[in-house]
Ligand binder design. Sequence first.
Ligand code: SF4
Ligand code: SF4
Length: 172
Amino acid sequence: MTPADIDAFIARAIAGEPMACARGCSWCCHQLVVLTCRDDARRILDTVRERLDAAGFAAFERQVREQAAAIAAIGHDAAQAGRWTCPLLRDGACLVYEVRPVACRSVFSPDAACCRAMMEADDFAGLTPAHQALATRIGERSFRLQVAINDRRPVDGAKELRQWLVELLDAT
Ligand code: SF4
Ligand code: SF4
């Protein structure tokens, strides 16, 4: 499935639901992102190469390598708890928005304030009951969409975005 196919599939699945999501809204961009498809990671890396100059790409590569090594050292859950900003977030917007991962494409919220609360709360228990209910709905729907999309295309293994990028960088 191309990014356009994935968007069309998701659009059919969520038809008619109110959404606050847009490029430049980025409360959801401070967490780890798991990809299951090598082609997605390759598309992202190619797009980063096109959009950054040599110095920018070198800085990006350094950051990705450092964070991938840190994830391997402390484990996925501890890194996730650290709420690291995604290395693809630039000036408040996704550098590769058109080809962003399925995990990002499948997260939709009708209320950016809830996403902000999720980002800022110490844990799930720190959210209001309304935000807890919405956060649960967002997470469950995203999971269902990702499973449905992965059922329709090759799955190469679950790896965090930074780890996929390092694998591809090492191979070039
Ligand atoms: S999921 Fe939330 S933070 Fe992310 S784009 Fe949508 S409204 Fe914004
Ligand atoms: S890939 Fe883009 S949309 Fe996904 S977390 Fe990173 S900056 Fe946000």
